[in-house]
Design a protein around this ligand. Structure first.
Ligand code: SF4
Ligand code: SF4
Length: 434
């Protein structure tokens, strides 16, 4: 985001927001009602405008990189709702993302927390084998009945809030999908092209059935689907934690891998991964060949965007008689500007009754680990969403991002609400004949 050879005001050397990115704000305030942290606190410094003003003051050497700016950079959900609302194109969420990286330089933390962070971000997440091995204890925990004991004894209520919430969010864990998907799933019927499927870490580990359906739907729509098992994490968790260095390494690896496939498009069913893959171009702008970055970017599509673009073949779809409402993941509607397409797909499925909810693009309060770090605030953001879901009285709540899926399914269960959460590709999978 910055030319590191240029002076960066009071920012430390390395990644910092560019001066241009903080100058664009004209302080109009249009973003304020869209920002969950401003709505919750009413605090100017927790608003997009206030956050950008803090970063500008550091650039202009009127302020050091303070603890307050560090706190605000992590308190921002990076939901990007402010970017959609901003007439000047200010990207406050992205400015805060870069400030997180500054935070680690200015406030490096203790040895233990640094080692733990480095192990998770630099060793575990970039290694799909290690990641799968790391989930094995969680699967045993469920299989051996320990989870039942823990839940019925309520023992986790004695610990910090995040622990009980994290445990309660765990879906039933099945074997990871990565080793089960064939390298190439052939198209059905008249062939329309060849795509690569980017299987995200959370999808393969927590929602394998969703991505199984995505591949089935794509094949049913006439596409050969290549799934490179060597793909690595997209880097979204690293960006969220301010580790831009590892994100760059992951981005280079994934670009090389996917550009070596003979495919027309690179498709993902995870809104967070899609946003991250599309942002590789900007992330690597200073160090990689522009033509390759552009080529990669031109091929990446969220699956809803892709199916809408190529046109859904509906002749063979089976009727699914349910009513559904739709929650828009921030990283799909705000970060990728994909908003109408999922609705078009839902409306194309025979038998489905679509019920629009109010404030469908209001964040669910998940935002990677934000919902665990700020569990009280997260609950307040979620409550507003659940009230809007309840008002639709729909049979199902559809979404398209695993982080939202986890948070919404947990919230609905806590609130004793009947709607199951399903991914749009699961819904389309039900309509797709074998
Ligand atoms: S960030 Fe955009 S919408 Fe918000 S005050 Fe600045 S210019 Fe206005
Ligand atoms: S990204 Fe979201 S939380 Fe962060 S400043 Fe913008 S609207 Fe507020």
């Amino acid at each position: 985001m910055a030319d590191k050879t240029k002076k960066q005001g009071n920012f430390a050397p390395g990644d910092a927001p560019t001066y241009e990115s903080v100058l664009q704000c004209m302080r109009c305030g249009f973003c304020l009602p869209t920002c969950p942290t401003f709505v919750l606190t009413g605090r100017e410094r927790s608003s997009p405008r206030g956050r950008v003003a803090l970063a500008r003051a550091v650039h202009e050497e009127n302020l050091d990189f303070t603890e307050a700016l560090k706190q605000e950079s992590f308190f921002c959900l990076d939901c990007r709702a402010c970017t959609t609302a901003c007439p000047s194109g200010v990207k406050a969420g992205e400015v805060m993302e870069v400030c997180r990286s500054q935070s680690h330089q200015v406030f490096p933390g203790g040895h233990l927390s640094k080692s733990f962070r480095n192990f998770i971000l630099k060793r575990m997440l970039p290694d799909p084998d290690l990641l799968e091995a790391g989930m094995l204890p969680a699967r045993l925990y469920q299989r051996l009945g320990i989870q039942w004991l823990v839940r019925h004894s309520h023992i986790l209520k004695l610990g910090p809030d995040w622990m009980d919430k994290a445990e309660g969010m765990l879906p039933k864990l099945d074997a990871p999908l990565r080793g089960q998907l064939p390298e190439m799933t052939p198209a059905k019927g008249e062939k329309r092209g060849r795509v690569a499927f980017f299987l995200g870490c959370v999808m393969t580990l927590l929602y394998p059935d969703v991505s199984r359906q995505t591949v089935r739907v794509l094949a049913g729509q006439g596409f050969d689907v290549v799934t490179p098992a060597q793909a690595k994490c997209c880097g979204a968790p690293h960006m969220s934690e301010g580790d831009r260095e590892t994100t760059r390494e992951l981005a280079k690896f994934n670009i090389d891998l996917f550009l070596s496939q003979d495919v027309d498009y690179i498709v993902t069913d995870c809104a967070g991964c899609g946003a991250s893959l599309k942002e590789y171009e900007e992330l690597l702008a200073e160090e990689e060949d522009h033509a390759r970055l552009e080529l990669f970017r031109s091929k990446v599509r969220d699956v809803n965007e892709f199916l809408s673009e190529v046109g859904l073949r509906t002749e063979e779809l089976q009727e699914v008689k349910v009513s559904v409402t739709y929650h828009e993941p921030c990283h799909l509607c705000h970060a990728q500007n994909v908003s109408a397409q999922p609705r078009q797909l839902i409306r194309s499925i025979p038998g489905v009754e679509f019920r629009e909810m109010k404030e469908s693009s209001w964040c669910c309060g998940s935002a990677a680990t934000w919902g665990l770090k700020f569990s009280e605030e997260s609950q307040q953001v979620l409550d507003r969403k659940l009230a809007n879901v309840a008002a639709t009285d729909a049979d199902y709540l559809v979404t398209t991002n695993p982080g939202c899926h986890l948070q919404l399914a947990w919230g609905l269960k806590q609130a004793d609400m009947p709607q199951p959460v399903i991914h749009l590709m699961e819904l389309l999978g039900r309509a797709t004949p074998d």
